[in-house]
Ligand binder design. Structure first.
Ligand SMILES: *Cc1c(COP(=O)(O)O)cnc(C)c1O
Length: 359
């Protein structure tokens, strides 16, 4: 049987998608070979790649004047690729710091430009929060403003999109496709696929076309967005299987009501889990309500000595990967699109039973 998987990444995939991939594995569409064994330049593969892009454009309402790139290297390589692509004419950028991922992004960027850090992580009554934009000292002359919509490890998410007349660059690795998004507000959106899209090995970049001519001359061509855009993300061999499988996930999303329907279910899932945690004296979540992530829910047990037992019993109940990130400890339930409401209900039932037996 398939368990409920709360892993932060690589994360749960829809069972229907895995079944389709399984059915097509040995003989893709009667061609006598697996999609993994095809040339990325073949007509069949290019059609798969283009359909994935068209479906993503539909799902996210991506305007015509944006390019969609299917790259490799994870979000972490984008931490370097972004400044190398965007700081060629003006080397100043603002980075909003709210946690571990936005910090990693700014540390890489500091090697390539004059990076102004805005510390927006604050505490309100002992809980983590993101400060109001009125508190930020954004620069007048930045080439772009970077932030991470959802801090996957901390479980801290922006309540709204920052307002700026500079190009906004956002790490959406753990929240892309979880809620409707107005892409036209951004200069660039990027996301590793392995959280809320598909398997590891694929990284999405959605970039407004007028930003394609700002690269530093020394940039490797494989990282250069304009080269990748000109070559259909095939400057070299792309991650063909991850791209194909992500395409199956986009089809699954479209068949299941798209991003709006996912968002409604995601809100229900988050409400159920946070609601239970708040009603309990045994569990606690360290984030103010306005900045609680709807995708990654960290929580602690009243008695930290019970963590190991909690994880063991959860696993025996087919509830997997609930340990918090190694840097922060505690527990974390990642409730991405592929985790159904029933999975979160099963988790809450288990948590309640565990608390009654150990509280
Ligand atoms: C997981 C994650 C990353 C790192 O992704 P890789 O693909 O492993 O490089 C970066 N940012 C956020 C917000 C993440 O959740």
């Amino acid at each position: 049987m398939r368990a409920y998987n709360f892993c932060a990444g690589p994360a749960a995939l829809p069972t229907a998608v895995l079944e389709k991939a399984q059915a097509e594995m040995l003989d893709w569409h009667g061609k006598g070979l697996s999609i993994m064994e095809m040339s990325h330049r073949s007509k069949d593969y290019v059609a798969v790649a283009e359909k994935a892009e068209a479906d993503l454009r539909k799902l996210m309402n991506i305007p015509e004047n944006y390019k969609v790139l299917f790259l490799q290297g994870g979000a972490s390589l984008q931490f370097s690729a972004i400044p190398l692509n965007l700081l060629g004419k003006n080397d100043k950028a603002d980075y909003i710091h709210t946690g571990i991922w936005s910090e990693k992004a700014l540390k890489e960027a500091q090697r390539y430009g004059d990076i102004h850090v805005v510390n927006a992580g604050i505490q309100i009554d002992g809980k983590h929060a993101i400060s109001a934009q009125s508190e930020w000292d954004l620069s007048a002359d930045a080439a772009y403003v970077h932030y991470a919509d959802n801090e996957t490890i901390g479980g801290l998410q922006f309540a709204s999109i920052p307002e700026t007349d500079k190009p906004l660059v956002c790490d959406y690795s753990s929240s892309i496709l979880s809620a409707p998004l107005d892409v036209s507000k951004f200069g660039l959106i990027y996301a590793g696929a392995q959280k809320n899209i598909g398997p590891a090995g694929l990284t999405l970049v959605i970039i407004r076309e007028d930003l394609l001519d700002q690269a530093k001359p020394e940039i490797p061509s494989i990282l250069k967005y304009s080269d990748q855009a000109k070559n259909g993300s095939m400057v070299n061999t792309p991650s063909t299987y991850a791209w194909y499988l992500s395409g199956l996930v986009f089809e699954w999303l479209l068949e299941n009501g798209g991003v709006d329907a996912m968002h409604q279910t995601n809100l229900e899932k988050a409400k159920l889990l946070y609601g239970y945690i708040d009603s309990s004296d045994f569990y606690a979540n360290p984030i103010v309500e306005a900045n609680r992530s709807i995708m990654n829910v960290p929580f602690t047990l009243a008695n930290a000595d019970l963590e190991k037992q909690f994880l063991q019993e959860a696993e025996a109940n087919h509830l997997l990967n609930l340990a918090g990130h190694r840097s922060v400890g505690g527990m974390r339930a990642s409730i991405y699109n592929a985790v159904p409401l029933e999975g979160v209900q099963a988790l809450v039932n288990f948590m309640d039973d565990f608390a009654k037996r150990n509280g």
